[in-house]
Design a protein around this ligand. Structure first.
Ligand code: AMP
Length: 228
């Protein structure tokens, strides 16, 4: 299953991608995580990307496309993947289609996470991430039991540099200007599924996504066996 999670920052894509990746045994490929890893490792790519990320702007297409291509060509992505945060521009979407076509494949589904602007701002401004294992918390909605420390590994919880109020608003503006148009792009190709991500429990949303994937897998296998 080749799946894309599309939606504004703070819509819950990363959290859901983690769970679905484990459930379906396909890798979670997050462009944001790959870029942050490059920044931390101090690679040439990381040095180029850092400024854009800190300002809440999109990293130039070519840099992100190269990182994603390398990742998708790894062996563990052959049976599928959950792409989270990529594509974010029309040109990225076209490159992805072309790349999969060259591999004799195509995207199976794009989940669009729809969520209100208020929820996004609330979620991002309270979000805390474990510096050691990457687990996600929220100051109010998903607090850790030990103040400032991760329940899973004891690591220190930090706010992401781009989760500061002014950067959150910039990221939302950029999403609206450069990414939102992809909803129509994928609607036209008939693979878009909308997921309401506002006030529902995380497990309910996971079940919703998981059921849609199962349904699609079954339909594909029936078509493959010539049953309509
Ligand atoms: P995320 O973790 O998905 O919220 O991404 C964090 C930041 O990484 C974004 O605000 C961008 O600066 C950068 N980034 C992640 N994915 C992309 C992408 N597909 N295209 C351009 N920039 C990206």
């Amino acid at each position: 299953m080749m799946i894309v999670f599309l939606g504004p920052p703070g819509a819950g894509k990363g959290t859901q991608a983690e769970t679905i990746s484990k459930e379906k045994k396909i890798p979670h490929i997050s462009s944001g995580n790959l870029l942050r890893e490059a920044v931390e490792a101090g690679t040439e790519t990381g040095k180029k990307a850092r400024n854009y990320i800190e300002k809440g702007l999109l990293v130039p297409d070519q840099i992100v496309v190269d990182i994603i291509k390398d990742r998708i060509l790894k062996n563990d992505s052959k049976a599928g993947f959950v792409l989270d945060g990529f594509p974010r521009t029309l040109s990225q979407a076209k490159v992805l289609d072309e790349m999969l076509k060259n591999l004799g494949k195509s995207l199976d589904m794009v989940f669009y996470f729809s969520v209100s602007r208020e929820s996004v701002v609330q979620r991002l401004s309270g979000r805390l991430i474990c510096g050691t294992c990457g687990a996600n918390y929220h100051k109010i909605y998903v607090p850790s039991s030990k103040d400032g420390l991760c329940d899973k590994c004891g690591g220190k919880l930090n706010q992401r540099a781009d989760d500061k109020p002014e950067t959150i608003l910039e990221r939302l503006r950029v999403y609206h200007e450069q990414t939102e148009g992809l909803i129509d792009y994928y609607k036209k190709s008939g693979i878009l599924r909308e997921i309401l991500s506002d006030d529902r429990r995380i497990e309910m949303i996971t079940k919703n996504i998981s059921d849609i994937i199962e349904d699609t897998v079954q339909k594909k296998s029936l078509i493959g066996r010539g049953v309509n």
